[in-house]
Design a protein around this ligand. Structure first.
Ligand SMILES: Nc1ncnc2c1ncn2[C@@H]1O[C@H](COP(=O)(O)OP(=O)(O)OP(=O)(O)O)[C@@H](O)[C@H]1O
Ligand SMILES: [Mg+2]
Length: 258
């Protein structure tokens, strides 16, 4: 059984189909990529998976349960985490507070406990700090935990996002263009990090990425979509030599020149 299984997924905006009967799956324990030209529908797929968009029809099964049209926080609780194409940090909060914000879906203490600071609440606080700091350590920025997020260099702001996603202890991590804006060395570190997340934390990874060098190096399976439909699927070698894939990318470049 795949960890994630998407079948006949359809999504439209004002009658315009953005995802048109998409089928793909992600094997448990794999590093997979979802690629395609600009506007192909990749981020929309992530938004359907995480409950930000409501698909018209189709099925999405995650860890053997249907998550179709479930609320984002429910899906997070079931073990899916994501990062965004554009950074979504709380700029005026510290690095650690940003990571802790990712844990709210997992904290159990209620409002009353928060007011009265029960022992349970204090234990919960300690747990949240511990997990946040472990995740910051994992992505290599624990020494900056008290920095205000806005003051971090861009590459480190990305790391805060990854730590925040990891803090929810996901089974599946969705990364939307994690290499965007990173320099050469940071991209090499990203490849390393993606592998460590899978190997050491046993988290399955699905990434959207335009940097083909990175995609080809890190992915064990690649799904290519164009106009909301799958046009190819396979290993890096298979994808690179697939005429449909080449045409989708080159065709789109011609459009841009026109
Ligand atoms: N909320 C929305 N309302 C209307 N149209 C939308 C919405 N979200 C996405 N779209 C449209 O869906 C199509 C796919 O967009 P999407 O952002 O999923 O593409 P993408 O593959 O992630 O592109 P990119 O590589 O540029 O990030 C685009 O035509 C976009 O305009
Ligand atoms: Mg996108």
């Amino acid at each position: 059984m795949p960890l994630l299984h998407v079948q006949d997924l359809v999504l439209s905006f004002s009658g315009l189909k953005v995802i048109q009967g998409l089928n793909f799956s992600v094997a448990q324990g794999s590093i997979a990529s979802l690629i395609g030209p600009n506007g192909a529908g990749k981020t929309s797929v992530f938004n359907c998976l995480t409950g930000f968009y409501r698909p018209d029809s189709g099925s999405i099964r995650f860890a053997e349960r249907s998550i179709l049209r479930k609320k984002p926080h429910t899906i997070t609780r079931q073990g899916m985490a994501r990062t965004f194409q554009n950074l979504r940090l709380f700029k005026s909060m510290t690095v650690e507070e940003n990571v802790m914000s990712g844990l709210h879906c997992r904290t159990h203490a209620g409002a009353l406990a928060a007011i009265f600071q029960t022992p349970g609440q204090r234990r919960e606080e300690a747990r949240v700090h511990r997990i946040s700091q472990e995740c910051l350590d994992f992505v290599g920025i624990l020494d900056k935990k008290d920095w205000v997020a806005a003051n971090l260099p861009y590459g480190d702001q990305r790391r805060v996002e990854w730590a925040r996603a990891l803090a929810t202890k996901p089974k599946l991590l969705l990364l939307d263009e994690p290499a965007a804006g990173l320099n050469h060395n940071e991209k090499i570190e990203l490849i390393e990090l993606i592998r460590r997340i899978r190997d050491e934390l046993d988290i399955t990874i699905l990434l959207i990425e335009h940097d083909m060098g990175l995609v080809m190096k890190v992915s064990e399976n690649i799904t290519v979509i164009d106009y909301g439909q799958k046009i190819a699927e396979g290993s890096a070698d298979q994808i690179q030599n697939d005429p449909k894939v080449i045409e989708a990318y080159l065709g789109r470049e011609d459009d841009e020149e026109a």
